[in-house]
Design a protein around this ligand. Structure first.
Ligand SMILES: Cc1cc2nc3c(=O)[nH]c(=O)nc-3n(C[C@H](O)[C@H](O)[C@H](O)COP(=O)(O)O)c2cc1C
Length: 216
């Protein structure tokens, strides 16, 4: 796959196969993440890659964490993913996609919220932190995009996740993340279930002319 194709084909994966990822493969992807550009080559990213029992512990801890809408593991399992093929567009609030989302009802929203804090049941859960003393979240963004694209190149899927940060304290506790690092974002990683409608739903981008301006 050439680079352009790879970038245009990347999509958020929200249903994964249970197949584990070979450690060498995870290492290859994480290496690509660490080769991202950063301001002054500060490399402020700190990746916490939770596998196996640690990943289960993390997901369980968040599912049990007290707080608004803290759902149970069972609640997630009960949610039936609606068939969103060709229907849903995930974009910002207030655009036409909001109406599409409403039409699908509460189910997708629940799936999205519950699923996110469970890293969509992916076999690998990655948390990205940054030293409080330096670096920018722009650097983290660059590293995460490297991660997503590298994963895709290996036939793996990812979803960039902000919602697990609702449970920062739990994440910090389970992964033993030092107090002098800020949690910035999370990513789920695993083999995509390509048969799942959720992984095939239509996506869109704003009209090209609205976001790209040429000046001569
Ligand atoms: C900073 C950030 C936070 C995100 N948080 C979540 C999240 O918590 N749950 C989720 O399902 N998707 C999350 N996403 C994925 C976006 O919904 C997705 O990238 C967007 O809808 C475009 O779809 P695509 O990735 O398939 O191209 C996040 C993306 C970014 C960049």
């Amino acid at each position: 796959m050439d680079t352009q194709e790879s970038l245009l084909n990347r999509r958020s994966i929200r249903k994964y196969l249970k197949d584990p990822i070979a450690p060498e493969l995870t290492e290859k992807i994480m290496t690509a993440a660490t080769w991202a550009p950063s301001g002054g080559n500060s490399q402020p990213w700190r990746f916490y890659v939770a596998n196996g029992a640690k990943r289960d512990e993390l997901v369980q801890a968040m599912a049990e964490a007290p707080g608004p809408d803290a759902p149970s593991i069972e609640a997630f399992d009960e949610i039936i993913v609606p068939d969103v093929e060709g229907g849903l567009r995930l974009q910002g609030k207030g655009d036409a996609s909001e109406a599409a989302l409403k039409k699908l009802g509460e189910d997708f929203q629940k799936f999205n919220r519950f699923g996110s804090i469970r890293f969509y049941q992916a076999p690998v859960a990655i948390v990205v932190a940054k030293p409080q003393t330096g670096g920018s979240s722009l650097d983290i963004g660059a590293a995460v995009e490297n991660l997503l694209i590298a994963a895709q190149g290996e036939g793996l899927g990812t979803c960039w996740l902000g919602m697990p940060l609702m449970f920062k304290d739990k994440i910090r506790e389970v992964l033993d993340i030092p107090g002098n690092e800020d949690l910035v974002t999370c990513v789920s990683l695993g083999y995509p279930d390509n048969d799942s409608a959720i992984n095939r739903m239509a996506r869109s981008r704003l009209p090209y002319d609205q976001t790209v301006h040429y000046l001569t």
